[in-house]
Design a protein. Structure first.
Length: 187
């Protein structure tokens, strides 16, 4: 079992709790901390100076930067403190993220009858806004009965995502099949 996962397997349900900090690539966390720190370190004194000196038009110009700084802090705080609870039962899969609610990770429920296959895919995620540096990240997705693929959990390391896929498929009795966009497990 990868670091940062707690599992409770009962006859009627399987519960997996994933700690984001332990299941996120550390390179991403370090880049996020440094980017957020320097962005806000430069921005906060300028905003205070503009507000105190009455440059409200300039404050309006910097509002986009303030929103970016606040979102960076929200994302970083979520990566450090959030957990994802995946509950698998006879009716389907329920995924909840807590304690910090974020607009990019919403709770969801997928009925068991609509799930055909689970798979892990790779995508690239920027470490900082406007940065050309990217981090390889992984997403656990489901192919539904209408052949549409939806992401269930994203942003965790490869080992964690593969473990989640394996345990959920095993519990639901889904035979593992290759999906075209799935990662190669041999590497």
């Amino acid at each position: 079992m990868p670091q940062g996962i707690e599992m409770l397997k009962l006859r009627r349900s399987l519960e997996l709790v994933v700690d984001w900090y332990h299941a996120t690539p550390k390179r991403g966390i370090i880049g996020l901390i440094s980017g957020s720190f320097f962005w806000n370190l430069l921005l906060i004194p300028m905003i205070i100076w503009m507000a105190l000196s009455g440059h409200f038009l300039m404050l309006l110009f910097f509002s986009g930067h303030v929103v970016t700084g606040a979102l960076l802090l929200l994302y970083l705080t979520a990566k450090l403190f959030n957990k994802t609870r995946i509950t698998v039962g006879s009716e389907g899969i329920r995924i909840e993220h807590h304690p910090i609610k974020t607009p990019w990770n919403r709770s969801q429920f997928i009925g068991k009858d609509s799930i055909q296959q689970l798979f892990v895919s790779r995508y690239r995620e920027r470490l900082q806004p406007k940065s050309k540096k990217t981090l390889e990240a992984y997403a656990l997705s489901a192919v539904l009965s209408n052949n549409k693929a939806i992401e269930l959990v994203r942003g965790l390391n490869k080992e964690t995502q593969l473990y989640l896929e394996q345990e959920i498929e095993r519990y639901l009795g889904i035979q593992d099949e290759v999906v075209p966009t799935e990662i190669d497990r041999t590497r």
